[in-house]
Design a binder for this molecule. Structure first.
Ligand SMILES: Nc1ncnc2c1ncn2[C@@H]1O[C@H](COP(=O)(O)OP(=O)(O)OP(=O)(O)O)[C@@H](O)[C@H]1O
Ligand SMILES: [Mg+2]
Length: 278
């Protein structure tokens, strides 16, 4: 399944499967979603979403409040499993493996597909321990020295090391909001994820902290696949290569970000990006 080209019949099937406008497939997919449907109790929140997310790509998920962006994002690392009323159907694979297969252990899955939330949520522990926790519980390090190396390199990659290197044993919560968000990113990358999911990671941050996170996202793209939910179309345009527009639980349109913002093909996409909706 990995990195192979799709057969013409698969391409045709994928097109037929979805009413989405634009190219739902990726030449180099990491995540492949087909016919994803999510219910909360009786209520349908996501309906028939098919979408690939490619290697080293940042994909922005946009759309009006309540359209299902967070719900869709949470499908990708089975965070919806933690919501009792939530039922997910359809198929989602990561590197060709069905992540909803009963044999999949969600603990390593959530390290492979890490998540950064809207509100920075450091653990009530020191800066060092926030980053060290994951590698330790996942058994990724053999010694104290190795652990210290992982903590330092993760904080460096998150662009936070220079600001915190002399305060590693202060509580994570003592940092500013923007620093806390970079700490949460360091914590996510410390366990070597393949995919990073970000749900409005900058909405609680000022423009300077936002610019730092956006720059970081661009740097992280060389190593990771990133899906980011944002209400800022400017942010989507700055950080992503592809944009997916959701509306009332459906994936309406997906395509190259520059194209979506300059030449949307679906009326609903156009209404949203020109500010006539949402
Ligand atoms: N835990 C939940 N229980 C029941 N319904 C939920 C739950 N979470 C979300 N929903 C419903 O699912 C739909 C999609 O919600 P979701 O939070 O995914 O939207 P969103 O696009 O992320 O919105 P926002 O931009 O406001 O964050 C909404 O109708 C919402 O009310
Ligand atoms: Mg949301």
């Amino acid at each position: 399944m990995k990195n192979r080209e799709k057969t013409p019949s698969e391409v045709a099937f994928n097109r037929e499967y979805t009413e989405t406008v634009g190219e739902i497939t990726s030449p180099n997919p990491r995540i492949e979603c087909r016919g994803v449907q999510v219910h909360y109790g009786e209520k349908l929140a996501i309906s028939g979403v098919s979408l690939d997310i490619g290697r080293n790509e940042v994909i922005a998920l946009i759309g009006p409040s309540g359209c299902g962006k967070s719900t869709f994002l949470r499908c990708l690392n089975r965070m919806n499993d933690t919501i009792p009323a939530c039922r997910v159907s359809g198929e989602i694979t990561l590197d060709g493996r069905n992540i909803y297969d009963p044999t999949v252990d969600v603990v390593p899955l959530r390290a492979q597909v890490g998540m950064v939330f809207q509100k920075p949520n450091p653990f009530p522990k020191s800066i060092f321990e926030n980053v060290a926790y994951g590698p330790r519980i996942h058994g990724l390090v053999a010694s104290k020295v190795e652990l210290e190396e992982v903590v330092e390199s993760s904080l460096r990659r998150a662009g936070l090391w220079d600001e915190v290197k002399d305060y590693l044993h202060q509580p994570g919560t003592s940092l500013s909001g923007g620093q806390q968000q970079r700490l949460c990113i360091a914590r996510t990358i410390a366990v070597n994820p393949e995919v990073i999911l970000m749900d409005e990671p900058c909405s609680a941050l000022d423009p300077i902290a936002t610019a730092k996170i956006e720059q970081l996202i661009d740097e992280l793209r060389s190593q990771f696949t990133i899906a980011i939910v944002t209400h800022s179309m400017q942010q989507a345009a700055r950080v992503s290569q592809r944009t997916a527009y959701f509306h009332m639980g459906r994936l309406i349109e997906v395509g190259e970000t520059a194209r979506i913002f300059t030449n949307p093909h679906h009326q609903l996409t156009e209404d949203y990006i020109t500010g006539r909706f949402g």
